[in-house]
Design a protein around this ligand. Sequence first.
Ligand code: MOS
Length: 731
Amino acid sequence: MDTQVIGHRTPRVDGENKLTGRADYTTDWYVDNMLHGYPVPASISHGTLEALDIEPVLAMPGVVAVYHHGNFPKLYRSPSSQAHQDQVSEVRLPFEDERIHYDGQYVAMVVAERYEQARAAAHALQARYHQDSGARPGLLETREDGRPLESEGGLRGDPDSAYERAPVKIDHVYAIAPESHMQMEMHATLAQWRDDRLIVHESTQGVVYQHKAMARIFDMPEEKVEVISHYIGSGFGNKLFMWPHAVATAAAARELGRPVKTVLSRQQDMASGGNRPASRQRLRLAADEQGRLLSMRHDSTTETSFVHPYVDSVGTPTLNLYACDNAAISHHLLEVNHGTPCPMRAPGEVSGIYALECAMDELAIALDMDPLELRRRNYSYEDPTKGLPWSSKHLDTCYDSAARRFGWERRDPRVGSMREGDEILGWGMATSSWTAGRQPCMARVELRADGTVMAACGTQDIGTGTYTVVAQTVAELTGVPLDRVEVRLGESSLPAGPLSGGSMATATTLPAVAAAVRAAIDELKEVATDEDAPFTGADPDGLAFRDGALADEQGKRVAFDDLLSGQKLGSVSGDGQAAPGDEQNQYSFRSFGAHFVEVRWDPGISRLCVSRVVSSIDIGRAVNPVTARNQVEGAIVMGIGMGLFEKLDYDPRDARLINNNYSDYIVTSHADMPEIDVELLDNPDYAFNEFGARGVGEIGLTGIAPAIANAIYHATGKRIRDLPITIEKLM
Ligand code: MOS
């Protein structure tokens, strides 16, 4: 498809709103008569709330109410079904009973006239607990393995006997510490009841999902609930599904008959707003002397809380990243007394690919083979799990291009052999991959008499550029310039759109918007061929819409705004919908890429840094190369955090979270930033959708941490199998 706007660098259409402060984030909303909610977190991780000393707090300035198990209204659990889109992050309702399952679980919520008053009262509220013995610490602090999950298993061939017979094999256990999403904007809710309608502003990755979950929990007809999220200060999976603070806030607003806004503190967000669960993963790989994989086995365990069975599916990549006839995965789930985990950017796969890609590096060393060559020898030309060809796989080009730009052929494989002054260079690489998904989606488009075009969809822009790619789609298909396209997102009352998650929003939304554009143009053609219209009597199919105007074959041309004005119409509109179809039975859709990483290790002063990252990523068509590249660059920065710094520290004695703040939970800072060279291949995947876009967002994170771990081994000779690789582990 020859395009004018799609696939071209386009500045964010919402950039000016963000720079000028006009963008209305949830936290920015102030409405008349509004109260402030502030949750009170438990200070034990396992036990019972015995008493709350409410009276002194009620007497504090501005305090209006304190909600807790004793006075919280009766609500209903959401069925939390993915299929019915009423999924929540924690099935247990706030204040359901007096059991405490994790440090930070809300035991009460104070509501006051001002934020500072609510916070002061929440801090002053005295609670008495009975702490039970035997709090279960995190997965990595215990030897327990939890319960097997048959649904997460997979098998082909006979990996065990192939492993036994193979000449070269490795068998290692890898571990990843729990991580925090550390998104900029805290979880926040503003709830307002107008008569019997509930209006919720929420920083969410899924207005449609929260809308349905709220309706279930408050037992209301869906049409009486609206969820709004115009701007979101990012969310990396922790804002996909609703958390208890939103339920508590909406209930308090109903009880008090006044709007209530709750903005979590960073400490609360980190303890009770989601995390990437710890994983322990055993990898057994076997190959013949030429490096062809004979057997793969990936046995994993992840943790979850006692109040929600979240499963991080880490084994999947081992079944589809490489060609191997004998492969098996198994999974266990262990409940621990920590806050509930949830998806976090490339959930499951980023953890699984870490273990697999470190194991591949260890296998290459056992074979005395270049690690890139090992990957090439096990290239999968079809999806081994589905027996379907990949729709469009160019991983070989990614390997070639990134290796060339990085200078991989100059790598001396001997450990510690590449020196520059006091520093030892380490070079490592890894494959990256993420599935390409689509959901059903609806959209509406209006052509208006004022010369603007409006596109609306009930998805949202979490900062990744959804406003911009929707505007590009409208501009592409109408020829109307971007500054005359209005995009409305982030309202559950708009035609139902997807979660901003799983890297699916672009691939899902754009085809529905395109269908709506076409429907609106068809409507315009009907109007144009009416009596007393510019093209009266003409065959609508003979008219074409180009550059914002209808034209017939004789060259007569009428701009759509003139046409509408002339017919005394304010607008015409079209509804569109799109969904995955039969192509899903013909192809397997997945994106691939390659990361090459250089680390520098100065053993004299124990200084380690990532100095260079070179990546080639194939996401089909990048609808907007600016925002797409930005996603991959951000993911690389996040991957450096995963590799070197990030770890939620829970006290193993009482399972309480220690580093619940930005000074003790270390993320990648500017001083840690490497040179980053990202290439996006441009191979439109038209089997997937008409724009050839598979989406971007998560793939960049997969493969970074193992490429770093492999580079560190190359520099230091130390194989650190548990993330993060802090310098203490190298000393
Ligand atoms: Mo991503 S974990 O789907 O936000």
